[in-house]
Write a protein that binds this ligand. Structure first.
Ligand SMILES: NC(=O)c1ccc[n+]([C@@H]2O[C@H](COP(=O)([O-])OP(=O)(O)OC[C@H]3O[C@@H](n4cnc5c(N)ncnc54)[C@H](OP(=O)(O)O)[C@@H]3O)[C@@H](O)[C@H]2O)c1
Length: 293
C-alpha cells in the first residue's frame, strides 16, 4: 500500500552527532534518514534499536530506565526528544533527561510536543515543555497537529485494513500534518542556529474532517473505508479494552473532544516559518504515499 518516501536534504553547515530518541517511530525514523543523508552522525535510540551503519549508532534506550540515558547522550551535540509512549505525565522523565544531557555536554534539545498544549500550563505536555525550557539547554519546541501517518503507521492503520474508522470526531476539522514535514522541520532546528527558545506550531495546509480523510484514503487504496462518528465514552472504553492505559485513553478522548468542537481546525504557519515553504495537504500526502492493493 505504501509508496517509498522521497528524501529531501535541507541541511547545511558543519556535521554533528545527534541523539534521536524514538528513532524507530514515525518522526524519529524520518529524522534519522535525513540527518544521515546530510552527512551527520546519529545515535538511534529506542527499546528496539535497529541496525548499525557507518553513521548510525543504535543504542538501547528506555524512558523507564534512567540508567540508559547517559549512553544515548554520549558525544551528542543535540538531542531530538520524543516523550514516552502511552504515558500522560512525563515531566519527571523529561527533567531527568535534561539533567543527563547537561552532564553529557549536549548543547541543544528539540522536543516533539503537540499543538494546543500551551493553552494551560497545567497540561502535562506543557509542563514537560516548561521543564525542558528551564533546563538551561538550547531548547526548541515543535507542536504538530495529528499526523497523516496515523492512518498508515499508527493507531488508525488497523481501521484502514478493516474498512471502518470509528472515532468520536463528529464533523470537526483537523489539519493533519505529514510526518515528512515534521521531520524536515525537526532536522532544520536540530542543525541550524537561531531557533533557541522558539516554539513552532505546525499543521498541514488544509483542515478536513475524519470522514473526508476516510474518503480520500479509500479513493487511493481502491477499497472502502467508512467513517463512523463513535460515541466518546464507548471509544474510550474500547481503547482501554485494547490495552492502552485508562488515563491515556481518557486523554485521547479529550483530544477528540477538541476536534469534535471545531477547536483544532486552524492552520499554523510553523512549517513555512522554519522551511520557507508551505506544508503538504492530506490529499498530497495520500497521493504521494498510498496505492491500490
Ligand atoms: N501521532 C500523532 O498524531 C501525534 C500528534 C501530535 C503529537 N504527537 C506526539 O508525538 C510523540 C510520538 O508519537 P508518534 O505517533 O510519533 O509515536 P511512534 O511513531 O509510536 O514513535 C514512538 C517512538 O518512541 C519509542 N518508544 C516508545 N516507548 C518508549 C519507551 N518507553 N522508551 C524508549 N523509547 C520508546 C518507540 O520505539 P520502541 O517501541 O522501539 O521503543 C518509537 O521509536 C508522542 O509524544 C505524541 O504525543 C503525536
Amino acid at each position: 500500500v505504501l509508496k517509498q518516501p522521497v528524501l529531501k536534504q535541507p541541511v547545511e553547515g558543519p556535521m554533528s552527532t545527534i541523539a534521536v530518541l524514538g528513532a524507530t517511530g514515525k518522526t524519529g525514523r524520518r529524522v534519522t534518514d535525513r540527518l544521515v543523508a546530510a552527512g551527520h552522525h546519529v545515535t538511534a535510540a529506542s527499546r528496539t534499536p535497529g541496525a548499525a551503519s557507518s553513521q548510525v549508532r543504535p543504542v538501547h534506550f528506555d524512558w523507564a530506565d534512567a540508567a540508559s540515558y547517559s549512553e544515548v547522550l554520549r558525544g551528542a551535540d543535540a538531542v531530538y526528544v520524543i516523550p514516552p509512549a502511552f504515558v500522560v505525565d512525563h515531566v519527571d522523565a523529561i527533567t531527568a533527561l535534561a539533567a543527563a544531557a547537561t552532564t553529557a555536554g549536549v548543547a541543544k534539545a528539540v522536543l516533539l510536543s503537540a499543538r494546543g498544549v500551551d493553552a494551560d500550563d497545567n497540561i502535562p505536555m506543557r509542563r514537560s515543555e516548561l521543564a525542558l525550557l528551564g533546563s538551561g539547554l538550547d531548547v526548541t519546541i515543535i507542536r504538530p497537529t495529528w499526523f497523516a501517518q496515523n492512518f498508515t503507521e499508527g493507531i488508525f492503520a488497523s481501521s484502514v485494513s478493516d474498512g471502518v474508522l470509528a472515532v468520536p470526531a463528529g464533523t470537526g476539522l483537523e489539519p493533519f500534518i505529514d510526518a515528512d514535514d515534521i521531520a524536515d522541520v525537526a532536522v532544520a532546528v536540530l542543525t541550524q542556529p537561531n531557533h533557541r527558545a522558539m516554539a513552532y506550531d505546525i499543521s498541514g495546509s488544509e483542515a478536513i474532517t475524519f470522514a473526508d480523510a476516510a474518503r480520500i484514503i479509500a479513493a487511493h487504496i481502491g477499497r472502502p473505508l467508512s467513517y463512523i462518528d463513535a460515541d466518546p465514552d464507548e471509544f474510550i472504553a474500547g481503547v482501554t479494552a485494547s490495552g492502552v492505559p485508562g488515563d491515556y485513553a481518557g486523554m485521547l478522548g479529550g483530544i477528540f473532544e477538541v476536534i469534535r468542537n471545531g477547536w483544532d481546525a486552524t492552520l499554523s504557519d510553523g512549517v513555512e516559518r522554519v522551511l520557507g515553504r508551505p506544508p503538504q495537504s492530506f490529499s498530497q500526502w495520500a497521493a504521494r504515499t498510498l496505492t491500490a492493493s
